[in-house]
Design a protein around this ligand. Sequence first.
Ligand code: ATP
Ligand code: 3PG
Length: 485
Amino acid sequence: MASAASPTSLSLIPTTSSSASRTRSSLNAPSSLPATRFLRSSTRRLGFAGAAADPLLSLHVASKLRSLKATGKASRGVASMAKKSVGDLTAAELKGKKVFVRADLNVPLNDSQVITDDTRIRAAVPTIKHLIDNGAKVILSSHLGRPKGVTPKFSLAPLVPRLSELLGIQVVKADDCIGPEVEKLVASLPDGGVLLLENVRFYKEEEKNEPEFAKKLASLADLYVNDAFGTAHRAHASTEGVTKFLKPSVAGFLLQKELDYLVGAVSNPKRPFAAIVGGSKVSSKIGVIESLLEKCDILLLGGGMIFTFYRAQGISVGSSLVEEDKLDLATSLLAKAKAKGVSLLLPTDVVIADKFAPDANSKIVPATGIPDGWMGLDIGPDSIKIFNDALDTTKTVIWNGPMGVFEFVKFAAGTEAIAKKLAELSGKGVTTIIGGGDSVAAVEKVGVADVMSHISTGGGASLELLEGKELPGVLALDEATLVTA
Ligand SMILES: Nc1ncnc2c1ncn2[C@@H]1O[C@H](COP(=O)(O)OP(=O)(O)OP(=O)(O)O)[C@@H](O)[C@H]1O
Ligand SMILES: O=C(O)[C@H](O)COP(=O)(O)O
């Protein structure tokens, strides 16, 4: 690489001193406020007073309620909007019961059908273990890939050994997910046993959410647990339709944890709260940026999307990725950040390449100095320093999307530096949340996944949650019925 860039004159939108102290919604009951009053006022401030509450917050509220239940302080009004969790079911409700568990075991397999990342299998284990430890018969369902009809390479069979190893029991595998053979296997399942159904997407009725198919799935079991966070944004038969035929329908521990972080911690962050958004295009992150601008104090932008922001400010970007039809949007997002007192930082220098390839020639230039014919593929060292300094001031950080083309070693430094910074901050007690997709892959590549506060198992689902959307798989679950004093 060529020499480092000199400081650039590219203007950054300054932090306003008031931003961190602005009034925010809060789900943390201040010690001075009685719990019941706090929950009522929180629900009002969060805009979901009454039974038709914001379902995205309901599981988070549910876990708050569970802790308050012990003190008898939870109010009935708030309880009615919370989702029921597998942890709410008693041992008697589980013993000997057939439980349909929808998990997201959509793991990557290589050409030899070997699992290359078992994160999602490991994440599904706590709920399954809880059920088998309580003597339930687990009927485990998932999709894998996007098959069109029965496709052997999308069979769930390669998952059985790892699942069995993690659970400490031999998992039985069915060759179908409905029908007489499956029914026979269910009938012979012992208490504490696990039957893995074949890929539920081998039936087109799954993605069409056809009621008759959902009914057939439901007929296998006595109750339903949804722990498939990664698929909770899909209204499919096994994530949504099935709940109409199986009661109770409750949330698993993973689903609960994802909501606690991606909704709870983001709506109610320890401040200052920084969001880092990267990835390829601004068009795919508009919703996330707009939603986070309402909540965060600092917004750091990286990845391919920054060039649309530069161009919107009249800066030449060579042949970098630009969405010409999003220039006005970029301008309005910059203005919105300013109006809201959010400190929005764009990289001041970038690593440029003479072609989009791992072996491209590269050099570091100020963001204002990208020559014609060159494209920006990573943030530069000055930017890393400025981003790190900003992150050092924070108490909560959420990250979605890589800072550069991290798949190419030459352009991975920005993404890896952010991953390392978040790991360091995590060690100092900062809440660090990685929002799914490529940023998770980057964190894993750097080997710091274990130290983060939360690594989401959902790509699309986490994005939709961060955009403030409702997830059909969550909406469909039963509300908690907490008995209060
Ligand atoms: N400067 C850049 N120019 C072109 N592509 C870039 C640039 N910076 C990052 N990318 C690419 O962006 C892609 C990731 O973008 P995406 O929006 O999909 O991120 P993500 O949200 O983390 O992933 P997912 O969609 O899986 O959740 C990576 O493949 C990366 O190579
Ligand atoms: O990998 C994912 O994001 C989930 O498993 C959902 O998969 P899908 O995008 O094919 O519905």
